[in-house]
Write a protein that binds this ligand. Structure first.
Ligand code: NAD
Length: 257
């Protein structure tokens, strides 16, 4: 088991990448703190883990709220004694996110509050806990759009993921000598609720798939396996990376014809 004696806090654990990662981390021996704004969803994931013989705690938190982030980290330490893996994964892609002319300020602010401030607050309260544990691994979910942008306009989302990527690199450098690794996980387009809600017509789906060399959407389980690698000691010399798991879409955008 690759995460024995580890305590992992995962935000957005009620669905998609977060859910699959929670199940995989628990199967690999970690105690999992499953955090979501949707408590019912987090509880159902935690129940699935405990039924399978694992250890899990569901916590309701809105990652854009400082008090919630402080409380989720406190819950991890008080229940399991420490925190060693922090997966800042919760994020939204708003249906009304568009180009600069059409996107409203409200959509922009909400996207940044969750996708960017949420990661900042996770680190603000999580890093002191990792220090107390003697180190650990932070994984922040960015996206391939942080590198290449998106063909279908989603300006707030793309900009927010760019911020997550640069924040992760800087954090990696700041905390490298404290035995804290920080990596940005950059998934390609996935067949999860988040993207399917946004690419809500066949035309939009096909427009995205045209750019994916593998010709298909990825699965949340495939991202969970990458998160496992970044969480465990297999990646002990890996920090500050933009870890692409994207079916080749970034290469397709950046390779000259
Ligand atoms: P999802 O919608 O399936 O799951 C996201 C979870 O986050 C949900 O359970 C939701 O309730 C929770 N959440 C939303 N706002 C929250 C908040 N304020 N506080 C706490 N929890 C909150 O999405 P997913 O596809 O699993 O996406 C997870 C991450 O991966 C996101 O950061 C997303 O931007 C990123 N990502 C997704 C794709 C994709 O194609 N699906 C691609 C690249 C990156």
């Amino acid at each position: 088991m690759r995460l024995e004696n580890q305590v992992a806090l995962i935000t957005g654990a009620g669905s998609g990448i977060g859910k699959e990662t929670a199940l995989l981390f628990a199967a690999e021996g970690a105690a999992v703190v499953a955090v979501d704004i949707n408590l019912t969803a987090a509880e159902s994931v935690a129940a699935e883990i405990t039924t399978a013989g694992g250890r899990a705690l569901a916590v309701k938190a809105d990652v854009s709220k400082a008090a919630d982030c402080e409380a989720m980290v406190a819950a991890a330490e008080s229940t399991y004694g420490k925190l060693t893996v922090l997966f800042n994964n919760a994020g939204i892609s708003h249906a009304d996110d568009d180009d600069s002319v059409s996107t409203t300020e409200d959509v922009w602010d909400l996207t940044f509050a969750i996708n960017v401030k949420g990661v900042f607050l996770g680190c603000k309260y999580g890093i002191p806990a990792l220090r107390r544990a003697g180190g650990g691994s932070i994984i922040n979910t960015a996206s391939f759009v942080a590198i290449v942008g998106a063909a279908t306009p989603q300006l707030a989302y793309t900009s927010s993921k760019g911020a997550v990527l640069s924040m992760s690199k800087e954090l990696a450098c700041i905390h490298a000598r404290e035995n804290i690794r920080v990596n940005a996980l950059c998934p390609g387009p996935l067949r999860t609720e988040l993207l399917m809600k946004y690419l809500n017509t066949d035309e939009k789906k096909q427009r995205r798939l045209v750019h994916v060399p593998m010709g298909r959407f990825g699965e949340a389980k495939e991202i969970a396996k990458a998160a496992l690698y970044l969480a465990c000691d297999d990646s002990s010399f890996v920090t500050g990376t933009e870890f692409m798991v994207d079916g080749g879409i970034t290469a397709a955008y950046t390779t000259p014809l």
